[in-house]
Design a protein around this ligand. Structure first.
Ligand code: IPM
Ligand code: SF4
Length: 478
């Protein structure tokens, strides 16, 4: 008898259920566990107190990212520079101590492989298609870009995974976001995911795992897929994923943690079988026309507050829902924006190109393409480019991108979360705006009183050049 057609998510889920309980809760096997300094100290401490070991240190990888300053980490004599913030220093020291004492691979703050955990996982071939991947971090969804079921967990779950390599979970509902047609010139994966969140809202994916489907994703690079899946959490979803294909296999082959030889061939055969079966059904389906997607920017304090760059700041009254009207009023007040202002008239003083959403080599290339031979505008006070990992940084330097950034007036930094969130010295001052390639525009996200406009790397570069939010297509060469 033919088995019931299943979705990509259902196939990965079924392959990892160890035990199903009567109430529907499942004990699920976890293939890969990424660990960073912010959400792991208490988990390791709890293991220590209960005298437990890490069940599978070989499936666990630790890397510092959130609290590290992105300025030089070594003095000219080669010695390590101290971390000034006490709490950051304590968390970083704890990870540096915990990883080796529990037998876990640790990428040191000054290693060339160091970077943002969600950039490092795929780059090292640690994150694999068809795998269940967790990290004490909400943007773990990013790894769905290579066809993994990846999601963020809390610190008590980090402890549970460290101790048992499993998690107790309830299955999610399935949601398809199907994009039809092709993206226009100057329209990037970041614009697409901002547009999608604008359509579905920040609660649109609640309780669901999203599968992104359509030719646009089949043609998209791994970097672009990671960007899209990264922001699934901002659409409320538990995770987001894209069927793994040759683009992904070519990207992963030969990476340090990827399987080799026969194990690789076996893995690829299984990965190929994971694509959603014809006739499989989703609990929810959203169809997007790629032709409707323009370079997109956020105007408010929620990732669903987005508009095409040619548009204007909306008026609160334009929303049907009274609670949304109230939220928009508060957002506009915080953002210092008046309804009806064309987005292209909004001046920005800060530019941040980085974060786990947009700090990979393609992102830096896209920004450099616009910056080449140009300089940042006089009103742009601070512009930083922060590669997602040391390897991305090296690659960019080999391509001469660092020079393009610095000649345009950008600072070229060491890898880390940086100005994505105010947990390290990179902060946007109160009342100032930042054109930012990160994923969250929450109140105070980039520093107390900071005002964030989310956009793509090319759009951030365009804003740097003109000093205001700008349609990048006006700066693109033929
Ligand atoms: C610090 C960490 C727990 C947090 C997250 O869970 O996502 C951070 O990475 C973020 O982006 O807000
Ligand atoms: S870059 Fe930003 S979103 Fe990504 S893990 Fe770091 S703080 Fe979170």
């Amino acid at each position: 008898m033919a088995s019931k057609p299943r979705t990509l998510y259902e196939k990965i889920w079924d392959a990892h259920v160890v035990e199903r309980q009567d109430d529907g809760t499942c004990l699920v096997y976890i293939d890969r566990h990424l660990v960073h300094e912010v959400t792991s100290p208490q988990a390791f401490e709890a293991l220590r107190l209960s005298g437990r070991k890490v069940r599978r240190p070989d499936l666990t990888l630790a890397v510092p990212d959130h609290n590290l300053p992105t300025t030089a980490r070594k003095a000219p004599d080669g010695s390590r520079l101290p971390i000034e913030d006490k709490q950051s220093a304590a968390q970083l020291a704890a990870l540096e101590r915990n990883a080796p004492s529990f037998g876990i691979d640790y990428i040191d703050a000054v290693a060339p492989e160091q970077g943002i955990v969600h950039v490092v996982g795929p780059e090292q071939g640690f994150s694999l298609p068809g795998a269940t991947i967790v990290c004490g971090d909400s943007h773990t969804a990013a790894h769905g870009g290579i066809g993994a079921l990846a999601f963020g967990i809390g610190t008590s779950e980090v402890e549970h995974v460290l101790a048992t390599q499993t998690l107790l979970l309830r299955p999610s509902r399935t949601m398809e976001v199907r994009v039809e047609g092709e993206l226009g010139p100057g329209v990037t994966p970041k614009d697409l995911i901002l547009h999608i969140i604008g359509v579905i809202g920040t609660a649109g994916g609640t309780g669901h795992v999203i599968e992104y489907r359509g030719k646009v994703f089949e043609r998209m690079s791994v970097e672009g897929r990671l960007t899209v899946c990264n922001m699934s959490i901002e659409g409320g979803a538990r995770a987001g994923l894209i069927a793994p294909d040759d683009t992904v296999f070519d990207y992963l082959k030969g990476r340090p943690y990827a399987p080799e030889g026969e194990a690789w061939d076996k893995a690829v055969a299984w990965w190929r079988s994971l694509a959603t079966d014809p006739g499989a059904s989703f609990d929810k389906s959203v169809v997007i026309d790629a032709a409707d997607v323009e370079p997109t920017v956020s105007w408010g304090t929620s990732p669903e507050d987005v508009v095409a760059i040619g548009g204007s700041v909306p008026s609160p009254e334009s929303f049907a829902d009274p609670s949304k009207q109230e939220a928009a009023r508060k957002s506009l007040d915080y953002m210092g924006l008046a309804p009806g202002t064309p987005l292209e008239e909004v001046e920005v003083e800060n530019i941040f190109i980085g974060s786990c959403t947009n700090s990979r080599i393609e992102d830096l290339r896209a920004a450099a393409e616009i910056l080449k031979g140009r300089k940042k505008a006089a009103n742009v006070r601070w512009a930083i480019a922060v590669p997602g990992s040391g390897l991305v940084k090296l690659q960019a330097e080999e391509e001469g991108l660092d020079r393009i950034f610095t000649e345009a007036g950008f600072e070229w930094r060491e890898p880390g979360c940086s100005a994505c969130l105010a947990m390290n010295p990179d902060k946007v001052p109160p009342g100032e705006r930042c054109a930012s390639t990160s994923n969250r525009n929450f109140v105070g996200r980039q520093g107390p009183g900071s005002r964030t406009h989310l956009l793509s790397p090319a759009m951030a570069a365009a804003a740097a050049v003109t000093g205001r939010l700008t349609d990048v297509r006006k700066l693109m060469s033929e």
